[in-house]
Design a protein around this ligand. Structure first.
Ligand code: UD1
Ligand code: CA
Length: 454
């Protein structure tokens, strides 16, 4: 049998007033990824053939995010926000192409999974005109209630329009609906706005389908699949669920988390085998960690690649553009940005390495700073393989330290250092015999205790 074609319509035109934010709701992030990106990723994974995204007027940022995540997505503008059914009709020209199935997904349900979308389409193949994802939330407030009689879905009642007895119904609308492509327009165009809010409710599709003698069914799923986000509290709850899922997936892959609940991941964090992550580590976007690497406590990584068997932290900060080679070591209070640290190289204590290349097995001593910024431009520092940078050195970029070179500690290096050379970039040490004793004597004249150390 030929696979059924499917159009997904993502509704993202709402302002999200309840978020109390200037940022459009669907651009808020869960696990480092926008709500919209989560939804579009699930749609792509479900193998859906075409996607339409409905955005509000002036929401270019939302359209741009849709294009970034799913370049094939077509954006439609809902001119005035007149409700969810009106939003769907903004994509009317896509609906008119008559796909077999239409999936309507709200842009504010980021935890939806591909498998759930596929499940919702199954009743359409079996002849239903409408299928609705249902769930029983811990708190039903704000959700539409499903009215079921004799195992049949009769209607969806929005909370504002529900009477007291309807409000006691625990089964709610998850906000994801599948419509048969052949009947979709006939149903959608019959939806009116005679309700409390004066909006065109997509949820009325159920009653209309039934009046047309078509079947509507509800498919019940767990709350975590369909949590809708209207407020910052719900955003935080969704984050907690997303984190649990990501930690579980990493653990299943063989990553060791000493205390999983203290590790924060991004939807795109990638781990190899036998990686160990100590407690209290934060992974931002675009981090990959290869086999056998160890990420120690209180480290923060964004846009970094950690090579096989490398060691990071405790208290390390890896910023975007960091690439650590196999067995490299980045220790405590070391910040790395836009820098390649080749295999076996080390920066173990208190350093800033930015816009730099550190060759294999080089040793960057405690307190070394690459002075990459002159107040206007950024410059690069290159450290050759096997070089040794003495503690507390300032490498003033642009500068190149040759392979195997040795920099005396406390140096300020402003010129290139040839391979295997020794560079001392500091003032000469001066010795004045006995002066310390004299100074102490002077001090004790003014104080009772001559050995006060404070
Ligand atoms: C909606 C459902 C409710 C369901 C809940 C699940 C309706 C009428 N109600 O309520 O039954 O339980 O979701 O989370 O559908 N949008 C537009 N244009 C509009 C209005 C909304 O694009 O004119 C978009 C919003 O951006 C949002 C989605 O549609 O992504 C849902 O709108 P929202 O206002 O959040 O609906 P709820 O009140 O949550
Ligand atoms: Ca909502």
């Amino acid at each position: 049998m030929q696979a059924r074609s499917c159009l997904a319509i993502v509704l993202a035109a709402g302002e999200g007033t309840r978020m109390r934010s200037a940022v459009p709701k669907v651009l808020h992030a869960v696990a480092g990824r926008s709500l919209l990106a989560h939804v579009l990723t699930a749609i792509a994974e479900a193998g859906i053939t075409a996607t339409a995204v409905v955005v509000g007027p002036g929401q270019e940022a939302v359209a741009a995010e849709a294009q970034r995540v799913l370049p094939s997505a077509e954006c439609f503008v809902q001119r005035t926000r007149r409700g969810t059914a009106d939003a769907v009709l903004a994509a009317k020209s896509a609906i008119e192409r008559q796909p077999d199935d239409i999936l309507i997904v709200y842009g504010d349900t980021p935890l939806i999974r591909a498998a759930t979308l596929t499940r919702l389409r199954a009743p359409l193949a079996a002849g239903a005109a409408v299928a609705v994802l249902a769930f029983r939330p811990a708190d039903a407030a704000g959700y539409g209630r499903l009215i079921v009689a004799d195992d049949k879905l009769i209607a969806i009642r929005e909370e504002a329009d529900a009477n007291a007895s309807e409000r006691t119904i625990g089964l709610c609308n998850g906000g994801i609906m599948a419509l048969s492509g052949a009947q979709a327009l006939a149903i959608l165009e019959r939806i009116g706005d005679r309700n409390r809010k004066g909006e065109f409710y997509l949820t009325d599709a159920v009653e209309i389908a039934r009046s047309l003698k078509l079947d509507a069914v509800a498919i019940e799923v767990e709350e975590d699949d369909v949590r809708g986000i209207n407020t910052k509290s719900q955003l935080a709850e969704a984050e907690a669920v997303a984190q649990q899922r990501l930690r579980k997936a990493a653990l299943d892959l063989g990553v060791t988390f000493v205390a999983p609940e203290t590790v924060f991941l991004c939807a795109d964090t990638k781990f190899g085998k036998d990686v160990v992550v100590e407690p209290y580590v934060v992974f931002g976007e675009k981090v990959t960690v290869e086999d056998d690497a160890v990420i120690r406590s209180f480290s923060h990584l964004v846009g970094a690649h950690v090579g096989k068997g490398a060691s990071v932290g405790p208290f390390a900060r890896l910023r975007p553009g960091t690439r650590l080679g196999a067995g490299a070591r980045i220790g405590n209070f070391v910040e790395v940005k836009e820098a390649v640290i080749e295999a076996g190289a080390k920066a173990n204590h208190l350093s800033y390495i930015g816009d730099a290349f550190v060759g294999a097995n080089a040793n960057v001593g405690a307190g070394t700073i690459t002075c990459n910024y002159d107040g206007r431009d950024k410059h690069r520092t290159t450290i050759g393989k096997d070089a040794f940078i003495g503690s507390n050195s300032a490498l003033v970029a642009p500068v190149e330290i040759g392979a195997g070179a040795y920099i005396g500690s406390g140096s300020v290096i402003t010129r290139d250092v040839p391979a295997d050379a020794l560079a001392l970039g500091r003032g000469r040490q001066v010795i004045k015999q006995g002066v310390a004793t004299r100074l102490r004597g002077l001090k004790s004249l003014g104080k009772n205790k001559s050995h006060s150390r404070d």
